[in-house]
Design a protein around this ligand. Structure first.
Ligand code: FAD
Length: 441
């Protein structure tokens, strides 16, 4: 019997899922699938990984929901190309449905998968699901890639109709009649964290639900208060893994708070930029910023990683990141700016460190924001702008509530002296960047 696969990746949910809705409507019985991708997992630095724990729990939830609806959920550990080729041989797979992923690794992988499937007479169907507008759906009037956020935002909100935010009815169609059921032996057992060589890492994960209405209404007033745990939505993790649908998130923001809507649109913006310029995952977008003589002092980098710079807001942020896998946006900006300007360390070092630590790590958002802070991106703060960590602290944590939580020894003899003087660090970076830019032009 011919079947189709629904290959889950960054869309770990049944409701409002474009690819799943299309698979269920295709007329072929659907076998949902998740692949624990060795090409990604083999590079994780720790065997106890909170993100993998989150993914594992969500995949198990999907498996149980599928069984409860009368279907079979497949889970495999391996390399997607090999796993899919084996599944095509084991089952009579006519099509694989999936939702698009715009990261460079994912686009290359999907091209290879489509080619392999074609060889076997099957097709790959990929759908836009994790953003509202992708690729070149929003361009400038002259047809170029937008690099001014204000203009992009204007064009985006003008195009953002309520119909686009209507949920896709994947949940309604997720029933026995549309699902394929096979025996446990044929389905094979699902990998466990242990069988993949990992262990659980318990960490706080924000609940899989929309943020409270009250929080969203007040978001513009509370978002820059790191001491307030409910100051921002904490929806980044659920957006990252698609446990919430972007349409429900955008719909809520559109109805309740334009500032929040604009922040969420940054996410689409950075994904669009990375899709157009995949080289910027590892290279500065601005050619004049590619030969900056960063100092890259390893001891200072370590002090930054461990929250020992002598700048309380930077240290509080890095300690929060290390312990919880989360950082509020304004503190992300402060620690990033400090690394790339005051310590004058390559933005890629910081980007990689965040990639290891952030629960909500997303290549497009991380790279985009790091390049913004370093002044190297397609869109950036001016390269000569250097934020003072002390002024940031006075603005966002005047009572030092946040700082005292994470750096209890602040103000005592145990707390280190500043690793670099603000004025000295600022001038050192600005002069070196100016000289490198002049040499490049
Ligand atoms: C150096 C640096 C690195 C970052 N790395 C990441 C990352 O790896 N993954 C990630 O999701 N966000 C990243 N951000 C953006 C932002 O800090 C987080 O999305 C936000 O702090 C998550 O908390 P929240 O969900 O409560 O955000 P809220 O303030 O409640 O915002 C709601 C949603 O809007 C989106 N958003 C908000 N601010 C931004 C922004 N500046 N850029 C892109 N999207 C945004 C996110 O999806 C977020 O969940 C980074 C920012 C900086 C300065």
């Amino acid at each position: 019997m011919k079947v189709c696969l629904l290959w889950h990746r960054r869309d770990l949910r049944i409701h409002d899922n474009v690819g799943l809705a299309a698979a269920l409507a295709s007329g072929l019985p659907v076998l949902p699938l998740f692949i624990y991708d060795r090409d990604i997992l083999d590079h994780l630095p720790n065997k106890a990984d909170a993100r993998l724990t989150f993914i594992y729990d969500e995949v198990e939830k999907l498996a149980h929901e599928t069984e409860a609806a009368g279907g079979t959920f497949l889970a495999r550990y391996g390399r997607p190309l090999e796993v899919l080729e084996q599944l095509v041989k084991d089952f009579d797979v006519a099509a694989v449905h999936t939702n698009e992923d715009y990261e460079p690794y994912a686009t290359e992988r999907d091209t290879a998968v489509a080619k392999m499937l074609k060889k076997h007479g099957a097709e790959l169907h990929a759908y836009k699901d994790q953003v509202i507008f992708a690729k070149d759906e929003i361009m400038t009037k002259s047809g170029t890639v937008p690099k001014v956020f204000g203009a992009y935002l204007k064009a985006y909100t003008a195009k953002l109709t309520d119909e686009l935010l209507e949920p896709h009815d994947s949940k309604k169609a997720f029933k026995k009649a549309n699902l394929h059921h096979i025996s446990k032996e044929k389905a094979g057992s699902r990998p466990t964290l242990k069988s993949m060589g990992f262990e659980r890492k318990e960490q706080y994960f924000p609940p899989v639900k929309l943020p409270a209405e009250n929080l969203v209404r007040n978001y513009h007033k509370t978002r820059d208060t790191p001491a307030d745990e409910h100051g921002s939505t904490r929806e980044s993790l659920n957006l990252r893994f698609g446990t919430l649908s972007v349409r429900e998130v955008v719909k809520q923001a559109k109805e309740l708070n334009p500032k929040l809507l604009a922040e969420i649109i940054w996410r689409d913006f950075f994904m669009m930029l990375l899709w157009h310029f995949p080289n910027t995952a590892t290279e500065s977008y601005d050619p004049k910023m590619r030969d900056i003589p960063y100092r890259n002092n390893e001891d200072e980098f370590r002090a930054w990683c461990e929250g020992r710079t002598g700048y309380p807001l930077v240290d509080a942020g890095m300690r929060q990141l290390n312990e919880t896998g989360y950082l509020p946006n304004r503190v992300r900006m402060t620690v990033a700016g400090f690394l790339v300007k005051h310590l004058f360390i390559d933005w890629r070092w910081g980007e990689r460190y965040f990639a290891d630590k952030l629960l909500d790590y997303d290549m497009a958002n991380n790279v985009g924001n790091w390049q913004w802070m370093a002044g190297t991106g397609a869109i950036s703060a001016p390269w000569f702008r250097v934020y003072s960590p002390e002024s940031q602290q006075a603005q966002v944590d005047p009572q030092m509530k946040y700082i005292k939580k994470w750096v209890p020894e602040v103000g005592t003899a145990k707390y280190p002296k500043p690793i670099v003087d603000h004025k000295f660090g600022r001038e050192r970076a600005v002069e070196a960047i100016r000289a490198a830019r002049n040499a490049a032009s």
